[in-house]
Structure formats: structure tokens, C-alpha cells
Design a protein around this ligand. Structure first.
Ligand SMILES: [Zn+2]
Length: 345
């Protein structure tokens, strides 16, 4: 791991990997006539690949899923993507004009994976745009999954109507997107918005932790889902569910008044709130959106996060509202499709 790693959202999205089709008409040419352009959209996570058809208004149809062959290398992952996508080409017919692929990992300007989460073996270096473009005969846009989710939240979700938004995904890792005018700014190397790799404020409870990127004491190492679980374990020595500490169990303890569970979540929320305030002081967004599995902690996370944010934010960005995400687990898929289609005029 040599570069900033946006948070892999697969941890966030819950549900078991498995093949699922929500489109009874898959395989027909039901969408061939009439209507506007469609993109075949794909979202590649650590456990599952989701695909569907997305129109310019962000409507998603024909969603289907397949497990990610995460240990089998880039070639096998791309083969699974193409297998998942092909029935959608038949479904969308002539209306399909592009393909948008959201993926865990950092995506360079040429649509290649320049670095990837350890969950996807051999994914780094895969030329996703070229492989998919040749196989499908379509123009292909490849985008980091947090960046895709940011675009979707800005066009349709909790940041709709905002000129600038900071969208933060807190899950296995912490990723983010800086969205302006409905489009996520990727930066020249695809790294922009990597909030998880901002240095965290000092905290005796979680000091000295190695981040997934190799540096020490980045906020991802202090406030991601696994980081919160680790802090609880270090503080109490308790294992909640066999070998694995479970964030939901820690949240349940906090809601029932357990002071150490509350302390652990409040510490993570406070550190994240202060980090977001620093980012907002730099960028002055209209709105901040918190996505990802950890955001499901609700007020347990968001109340102390907002308190810490307001204490460190300058008067201008202090006014920016902090909303939970609106689109849940389909944001990456919808954002991938929107990225591939021309923006509505
Ligand atoms: Zn880091």
C-alpha cells in the first residue's frame, strides 16, 4: 500500500454476497425503445460486485449482484464484472451508450487502478477502462467508489442543490469526495477527498496507530469501523462475539448506558469531527455528508461529531449542515452511471 486508500465501502453495505437479480425482465430487450440514454453501471467492492442500468436522472433498474472473486486477481475480477454486465446490455438494448465502473482503490486518469485495498488481491495495476472498453464496445468511465457515491449524493441525495459538498464515507476505511457543481473532483492522481489519511488530532486513547497507508495516526486508524472495535477491545479486553468485536454490539452497549462503549464511540466521533472541521476550514463546503456503515450509529456518532466540528470550524464553515447520507448502498452504483453519462443539459 503506497498511496492513500479511500475507504472500501463493501464493509459498509451490509448484506451477504450472493447472486441476486431484482429485474424480472433481465435478458429481454424491454428498454430498447424510447426513453433516454442509459449507462451500464458497476460497483466493485471487496465482497460483491453490483451492476445495473442508470439513466441521466439517476434512476437505477435491473440491479444484480455477484460475489467478488477477491483473492483471484484482476483478471478474474474483470471476468466476473463482464459476466454480471452482459445481461444488462441485452436489457438496455440501443439505449445503452456508456459504461461506468466504480471501484475500491485509487483510479488514475487513464482508468487504471494505481493502488488498491488489500481485500482485492492483484487489483492494483488492472487496466479496468481498457479491458471493459474492448469487451463491451462502449466508452467506459472508471471512478473510485467514494467519488462515485459523492457524485450521487450531490446530484440526488443529501447534498442535492449544494454548490460544494464534502462527502465522507466511514466504514472499513474512511474515504471521501469533494464535489463541486454535482461533479466529484478526483485530482490529478485520483486521490482528492482522501479524508481518512488526514493526520488525526492527538488522543491518548488511540495514539500511535498504523494507518492502512503505512503512516501513523491518520484519522482512518482512529475512527473507522474496525478502529472503533479495536479501541473498545484495548480499553476493556472484551471480545463481544467470539473472536470478532462487533460495532453494532458496542453501539447497543452505549445505548444501554455502558460508559466505556460510549467513551469509545464519542472519542472516534470527536476526532472525526475535528478532522472534518480542519478540512472544512480549508475547503468551505456548503454541506457535509456522512455515509458508510459507521454513519448508521446515528446520534451516537453524529451528536459528538457535530459538537467537535463546531468547536474547531471557523465561523463560515461552522454553518455548514452535517447530514447523514441519503442513498445508502446504491450510491456507488448510481454515481458510476451518472459519471459515465453526459450531464443533463
Ligand atoms: Zn493513512
Amino acid at each position: 500500500m503506497t498511496a492513500n486508500r479511500p475507504g472500501d465501502l463493501s464493509w459498509d453495505r451490509g448484506g451477504e454476497p450472493g447472486i441476486r437479480s431484482e429485474a424480472p425482465g433481465v435478458g429481454s430487450r424491454a428498454f430498447s425503445d424510447g426513453g433516454g440514454a442509459l449507462a451500464v453501471a458497476v460497483d466493485i467492492g471487496g465482497t460483491k460486485i453490483a451492476a445495473g442500468l442508470v439513466d441521466a436522472a439517476g434512476r437505477l433498474t435491473g440491479e444484480r449482484r455477484t460475489p467478488t472473486p477477491a483473492a483471484d486477481g484482476g483478471e478474474a475480477i474483470m471476468a466476473a464484472v463482464l459476466d454480471c454486465v452482459r445481461p444488462l446490455l441485452a436489457l438496455g438494448g440501443d439505449r445503452v451508450v456508456a459504461c461506468g465502473i466504480a471501484t475500491a482503490g485509487v483510479v488514475d486518469a487513464g482508468g487504471r487502478i494505481s493502488s488498491a485495498t488489500d481485500l482485492l488481491t492483484g487489483w492494483a495495476g488492472t487496466d479496468v477502462r481498457s479491458i471493459a472498453g474492448h469487451a463491451l464496445g462502449l466508452p467506459v468511465a472508471v471512478v473510485n467508489d467514494c467519488h462515485a457515491a459523492g457524485t450521487a449524493e450531490a446530484r440526488l441525495g443529501a447534498a442535492r442543490g449544494a454548490r460544494t459538498a464534502l462527502v465522507v464515507a466511514v466504514g472499513t476505511g474512511i474515504g471521501g469526495a469533494l464535489v463541486t457543481g454535482g461533479t466529484t473532483y478526483p485530482g490529478p492522481t485520483g486521490t482528492a477527498g482522501a479524508l481518512g489519511h488526514l493526520p488525526a488530532p492527538a488522543s491518548a486513547l488511540v495514539a500511535g496507530r498504523k494507518c492502512s497507508c503505512g503512516a501513523t495516526d491518520h484519522i482512518e486508524a482512529h475512527a473507522s469501523g474496525p478502529a472503533i472495535e479495536r479501541t473498545y477491545h484495548e480499553l476493556t479486553g472484551r471480545e463481544l462475539t467470539g473472536d470478532r468485536l462487533d460495532l453494532a454490539a458496542i453501539a447497543a452497549l452505549a445505548r444501554s448506558g455502558d460508559p466505556r462503549a460510549t467513551q469509545v464511540i464519542t472519542t472516534a466521533a470527536t476526532l472525526l469531527g475535528r478532522t472534518l472541521a480542519g478540512a472544512a476550514n480549508l475547503l468551505d463546503p456548503d454541506v457535509i455528508v456522512i455515509a458508510g456503515g459507521v454513519s448508521r450509529l446515528g446520534p451516537l456518532l453524529l451528536d459528538p461529531l457535530r459538537l467537535a466540528y463546531r468547536a474547531d470550524a471557523l465561523p463560515g464553515p461552522r454553518r455548514a449542515p452535517i447530514h447523514p447520507a441519503a442513498l445508502t448502498d446504491q450510491a456507488g452504483l448510481i454515481g458510476a452511471g451518472l459519471t459515465a453519462l453526459p450531464p443533463p443539459s
